[in-house]
Write a new protein. Structure first.
Lengths: 395, 292, 327
């Protein structure tokens, strides 16, 4: 054993020196002809609706950029990996994306659990990380030099919709139907915050469901029993459609408020008539609300990947994740390094892309998005009913 | 009081679905001792097949559903002949893992072919049209579902208890070698059981789809609850499967309504475990005497 | 073929110089591995070690004792949260917190073992499955204890020389514990306890008749198995440094169960092989995107169809072929 030890020490030193000597001659993930972008999203399992839409949107958008010749002669290559919504797999995917595929940036990552599990590693790896969709976990988080987020705040969304309902829809009693996870809880906190700041509205009840629940009839009865005149839906499209149908079945028709991910046109098909007059918010112009650029982009995405027809909202959301990064590459010029891309991102001021609107970053501000507008569903279409409402940035 | 009855109605409707799923699980377990973890996903697949017939090819309802039931039965038989028989050396647990692999593959195939987005399944009975009894509301769909569930249970009970095929099924499950020695074509019996179970799963899937909307994962929760219902009722009892489903659905719904949504599944399983402590063979199961 | 003359010789763990050499080579290989492997590979091996510990524990329960558990993720969760809370809130060092986490999980294992005295087959499956779901729901909703869905941050363990990277230190810690627990499992399996387990699996009534105390050994099997799961959970928490109830769902329980069946029931190397295959395979396939479940599911079916006794059975056949070669 004693003889082994010096040998081990030597091997150890050699082992440590080899990677140090190899070093990195050029920026990871950037070659003269190519920029490598990685993403890990759930493409299988119960949350795959989200993952395949967002991942597909990112993929199709970059293909479209490549069709036009890429940026400064470089084409984008996307390495999309499936984590099935398992945190350990998300962590391993992030590691393999950085260490094996050598990606320049990781775009997205869905869910607070996965984001949390991979956070330390991605931050330490110094890979650029664009818009993990999670609850607001970044306020007070120090190391976010390479982290840029353009995702609305659940807390402020819940507050804004609640205040709007109290002021304009004469809401007196509000109840919340929410998914029992960080997503639903974040919105629930937002509604309670809104109830605290608005006048004349009371919080009367809440009913939660699990993402795998097939039956929400008990929740509908509970919401009716709460005596609410307004119900806020913090749910997935499927569960949102189910609860609306169950409430309609009971003859319970309160004013409905729905979180922004339910601004999906698919809701009209799933919930049918009952979806009319639902109030929701939007952080980019929803398709069919009169914004030609967004409608054009959606048509392009569907042309490139026809499967995206089934999840138009998520595909467009995917575009909002990646767009600012592509713009930063345009601004950073031909001779690009990571620091230049970061600097370019930080020059974005009220920047409008194909889908994104008013993205602002700065050296002290990595929360790119701070406004929402209220929309209303009527006759199978969403209609803008307020102007943009801004909320304070936190990081 | 109105709320109490309404919770109960919702619970019974959900319970009927669990019972329907449980019937297929029980049928297979009785004859082959295999727990089929792919049962739910086969049902979902059948619902998607029916969806294609109905919406894409615009067939009338009955032929579309009948064809998808036949397709699911064929898939069950094919699975038995091409996967389970070649792997017959596998232990019982090995066969369970094979069905787990099948569940994964079938589910993945559904997502590949039809996409992960949610779809609306057209159905002649409406889930939104309701009947009012006092101030309690029952939907047309729930009534239809309950009727179909009871009918299927009765037919299966007759098949297993009153026909020669049923007798053969019971024989192969109790002693395979003796049954073969008596000239029972065990392979055909097993294939028939798999086919029947596939069709039952398909029926459960097609009846679930209009209620929960059509997604590749719609059978995840009904399958687990159906499995639990089968165990609660007794793994070898057809009426037990339906009763188990109802008890489970009622327990969940009432507990959710009056105590907590978050712990309703925990509560349901607590009831199951307590029941099993008192009756290890389930509510309506027959006690199985083992010999050394 | 060597001739065994005494009964004790049959019990030796490592037989003959060739076997000793193989074990030594394996250990040295494990020691040198992280010095050359890239970080993500090292990390993958850490996850394999974690899963192997859990799978070995589950195999002691299911493979050796014949008791099915589809709630093992519950024990893993208890270990992970116990270790995390003891380290984060009480401030205990890992070498106290981890064994304590294992013991807490073992206590729960003992409790779950009590219904198992009366239940078998699918009835036991549902009882353990219910336990797993209960643990998940309690951890999700008891926010004061677990941090709820926001999860729990795990303080980093400081262990080993500072010259090594964090991955390497974690690797040495995880692999040493895995080797130690593998050795313990081998010893347990060949002792009178292991023989009692096997007797219960083959026929619990017969075992009772010949004097095996069913109550003691069935609950012991559950407790030992849960201890392994608890230690595995503590290590998983350290590897991810952030835990969340979503890590411990029914899917994970099914995964652990598949590991031992695919690797080989009632076999310790089988559990390790199964853990390695089911950790690496989906990861390597994740580039196939939407095709992953289809390919992974088919691979599981294929492995069971070709090797109904598990992958370890294949290894035994190869070995047997070469021991008699060239005959």
């Amino acid at each position: 054993m004693r003889r082994v030890r010096p040998l081990g020490m030597v091997l150890l030193l050699v082992g440590l020196l080899i990677p140090a000597m190899l070093g990195e001659a050029q920026e990871r993930g950037i070659t003269p002809t190519e920029i490598v972008i990685g993403s890990t999203v759930p493409l299988s399992g119960p949350v795959s609706y989200w993952g395949s839409g967002v991942g597909g949107g990112i993929d199709a958008y970059l293909k479209w950029i490549n069709e036009q010749g890429g940026v400064h002669g470089r084409r984008f290559r996307v390495v999309l990996r499936d984590d099935s919504y398992f945190p350990p797999r998300a962590v391993l995917n992030a590691r393999e994306l950085v260490e094996r595929e050598g990606v320049f940036a990781i775009v997205g990552m869905i869910g607070t659990a996965n984001t949390f599990a991979a956070r330390d590693y991605i931050i330490e790896s110094k890979a650029l990380w664009i818009t993990p969709t999670s609850n607001d976990i970044w306020a007070g988080f120090r190391n976010r030099k390479y982290l840029f987020v353009t995702w609305p705040s659940y807390l402020h969304e819940g507050r804004i919709l609640t205040q709007y309902a109290a002021e304009k829809l004469s809401t007196k009693k509000i109840a919340v139907f929410y998914q029992n996870d960080e997503y639903g809880l974040g919105l629930l906190r937002g509604v309670k915050y809104g109830v605290g700041t608005a006048k004349g509205v009371k919080f009367v009840g809440q009913a939660s469901y699990e993402v795998t629940d097939a039956d929400v009839s008990a929740q509908a009865v509970k919401l009716r029993a709460s005596g609410a005149d307004t119900v806020f839906l913090a749910a997935t499209p499927t569960a949102g459609a189910l609860i609306v149908r169950e409430m309609a079945k009971l003859g319970f028709r309160p004013t409905l408020l729905a979180t922004f991910t339910l601004g999906d046109p698919i809701m009209f098909r799933l919930a049918g008539e009952a979806w009319n007059d639902v109030y929701s918010t939007a952080y980019f112009p929803l398709p069919g609300t009169g914004d030609a650029k967004v409608d054009q982009m959606l048509a392009t995405l569907i042309r490139i990947n026809p499967a995206l027809r089934g999840s138009p909202y998520n595909a467009l959301a995917g575009v909002t994740f990646i767009e600012p990064l592509v713009e930063a590459f345009r601004r950073a010029g031909r001779d690009v390094t990571k620091e230049k891309v970061v600097a370019a991102l930080e020059t974005l001021r009220n920047w409008d892309g194909e889908v994104s609107r008013s993205v602002t970053f700065g050296p002290e501000r990595h929360q790119g998005l701070n406004r929402l507008r209220v929309v209303k569903a009527s006759n199978g279409q969403y209609v803008n009913i307020t102007d943009w409402i801004t909320y304070p940035t936190q990081y | 009081m109105v709320d109490l009855v309404q919770y109960a109605v919702g619970g019974l409707a959900a319970g009927t679905l669990y019972g329907l799923v449980a019937l297929g699980i029980v049928l297979l377990y009785r004859s082959s001792r295999v727990l089929n973890f792919a049962h739910g996903d086969l049902g979902a697949l059948a619902a998607f097949v029916a969806f294609t017939f109905l919406v894409r090819l615009e067939w009338p309802f009955l032929p579309a559903v009948a064809s998808s039931l036949v397709a699911a039965a064929a898939l069950g038989v094919a699975f038995y002949f091409f996967v389970l028989r070649p792997a017959r050396e596998a232990t019982l647990l090995g066969r369970i893992v094979v069905t787990l692999g099948l569940a994964l593959a079938v589910n993945g195939a559904i997502t590949l072919v039809w996409g992960a987005d949610t779809k609306v399944f057209p159905f002649p009975l409406s889930d939104v049209r309701v009947y009012r009894i006092g101030s309690v509301v029952v939907s047309q769909m729930s009534l239809g579902l309950t009727a179909v569930g009871l009918l299927l249970m009765a037919l299966l009970y007759l098949l297993v208890q009153r026909t020669k095929i049923g007798l053969a099924m019971r024989a192969v499950s109790q002693d395979l070698v003796a049954a073969q020695a008596l000239g029972i074509p065990s392979r055909r019996i097993f294939a028939l059981t798999w086919g029947l179970a596939g069709a039952l799963g398909a029926a459960a899937g097609i009846l679930t789809a209009p209620v929960t909307l059509l997604t590749p994962f719609m059978m995840l929760d009904p399958f687990i609850k159906g499995f639990a219902a089968a165990v609660l009722g007794g793994m070898d009892s057809m009426p037990g499967a339906v009763v188990g489903g109802w008890v489970l659905g009622l327990a969940e719904s009432l507990f959710a309504g009056f105590v907590s949504f978050k712990f309703k599944t925990t509560f349901a399983f607590l009831i199951i475990i307590l029941t099993l402590m008192l009756r290890p063979e389930g509510l309506l199961g027959r006690e199985y005497h083992r010999r050394v | 073929m060597e001739l065994r003359q005494r009964y004790e010789e049959d019990l030796y763990l490592v037989r003959g110089p060739a076997a000793w050499l193989a074990v030594a080579a394996g250990l040295i290989g494990l020691f040198l591995f992280p010095l050359y492997a890239p970080g993500y590979v090292t990390f993958t091996v850490v996850l394999i070690a974690v899963n192997a510990i859990i799978a070995i524990g589950l195999n002691l329960l299911t493979g050796f004792t014949g008791q099915i558990s589809l709630g093992h993720a519950g024990f893993v969760a208890i270990g992970a949260y116990a270790a995390g809370l003891l380290a984060a809130r009480v401030g205990l060092p890992w070498w106290i917190a981890w064994p304590a986490a294992g013991m807490i999980a073992a206590a729960f294992g003992f409790l779950v073992g009590l219904p198992a005295l009366r239940l078998t087959g699918p009835y036991l499956t549902i009882a353990t499955l219910g336990f797993g779901i209960a643990v998940h729901q309690v951890l999700t909703n008891w926010e004061a204890l677990s941090g709820g869905r926001m999860g729990l941050a795990i303080p980093r363990v400081t262990f080993g020389p500072a010259a090594l990277s964090a991955d390497q230190r974690l690797y040495y810690l995880a692999v040493s514990i895995a080797v130690l627990l593998t050795w313990v499992a081998y010893n347990l399996a060949r002792s009178h306890v292991g023989r009692a387990f096997v007797a219960i699996r083959d026929s619990d009534i017969a075992a009772e008749v010949i004097g095996v105390n069913l109550t003691r050994y069935k609950t012991l099997a559950f407790a030992v198995s849960a201890f392994y799961a608890g230690i595995g959970g503590a290590m998983l928490a350290q590897a991810l440094r952030h835990i969340d109830p979503q890590l411990f769902t029914l899917f994970e329980s099914i995964y652990y169960f598949s590991m031992i069946v695919i690797g080989g029931l009632a076999s310790i190397p089988g559990a390790i092989i199964g853990a390695a295959v089911l950790t690496v395979l989906p990861q390597q396939l994740s580039g196939f995107r939407e095709w992953l479940p289809v390919i992974f599911g088919s691979a599981i079916i294929l492995m069971m169809a070709l090797e109904p006794r598990g992958l370890y059975g294949r290894w035994l056949r190869i070995k047997r072929y070469f021991t008699t070669w060239p005959l």
